[in-house]
Design a protein around this ligand. Structure first.
Ligand code: ADP
Ligand code: MG
Length: 232
């Protein structure tokens, strides 16, 4: 099974250490929520997991592939997807179904495979009735589901989400989040950075960062019930 192994990871912007000696394994099939105060290094940590940033010290291995090896980064990005905070940055096509197909076409999948994956993603994220609509005509919640569907269709082993605010919008949001967390066995393991306890509670495991270090790590129920030590 797929795994992300983080070994003594340190990362600095210029001379300022932002991640300090982090060691942790993320396992395929175990969803994770990452909590922590602003500036604690959550976004930097996510970017290290898919090779957008390379460690200054230590290693990040995705299925044994080191993010420090530039030749492996494309392969690593296929295994570890990242959903941007704003769905508009992810939506590139004029029509809903072609937008979901876009990433698959770039990866060179055969036509029949693309068609079947697009159909599956439309169903999974409840967009069937919108498949031939203009992406501009969608509501905020629908746009977020479309962005999710496009990344999900590429079947990354892990899907990183950095404070996806539209997913957490009380009206449209938690429904989309539930769609993502509903089927842990469907081949995509979510790893979400959030400030929302409601969202974190949907994950199997909660990791808390503070000043670039992991200060809590355990089953979500246990970590979240220890609210006095969270103080977000
Ligand atoms: P979080 O996502 O938990 O708010 P970040 O990973 O964004 O934390 O940032 C961690 C620290 O690194 C903060 O002190 C932030 O100001 C700093 N930082 C983030 N991005 C940059 C950057 N591109 N250049 C310099 N410092 C940065
Ligand atoms: Mg952040």
């Amino acid at each position: 099974p797929a795994v992300i192994q983080v070994r003594n990871l340190t990362f600095s912007y210029d001379d300022v250490a932002v991640l300090q000696d982090i060691s942790v394994d993320l396992a395929f099939g175990q969803s994770v929520a990452i909590l922590g105060p602003n500036g604690s290094g959550k976004s930097t940590f996510l970017r290290c997991l898919n090779g957008l940033l390379q460690p200054d010290g230590g290693d990040v291995l995705v299925d044994g592939l080191s993010t420090a090896n530039a030749a492996l980064v494309a392969d690593i990005r296929r295994r570890v997807g990242l959903l941007f905070q704003n769905p508009d940055e992810q939506i590139v096509s004029a029509l809903v179904d072609s937008d979901i197909a876009f990433g698959l076409e770039n990866l060179g999948y055969p036509h029949e495979e693309i068609v079947s994956r697009v159909d599956e993603a439309l169903v999974r994220f409840q967009l069937q009735t919108h498949r031939n609509r203009s992406t501009h005509a969608l509501s905020g919640g629908e746009r977020q589901r479309l962005a999710l569907a496009g990344v999900w269709a590429m079947r990354p082993r892990f899907l990183l989400l950095d404070e996806p605010t539209a997913l957490l919008d009380p009206k449209a949001g938690l429904e989309s989040l539930d769609l993502l967390f509903a089927l842990p066995g469907d081949g995509v393991t979510p790893v979400i950075v959030t400030h929302e306890a409601d969202a974190a509670a949907r994950a199997d495991r909660v990791i808390v960062l503070r000043e670039g270090r992991i200060v809590e790590d355990g089953p979500s129920g246990a970590v979240l019930s220890n609210a006095s030590r969270l103080t977000l």
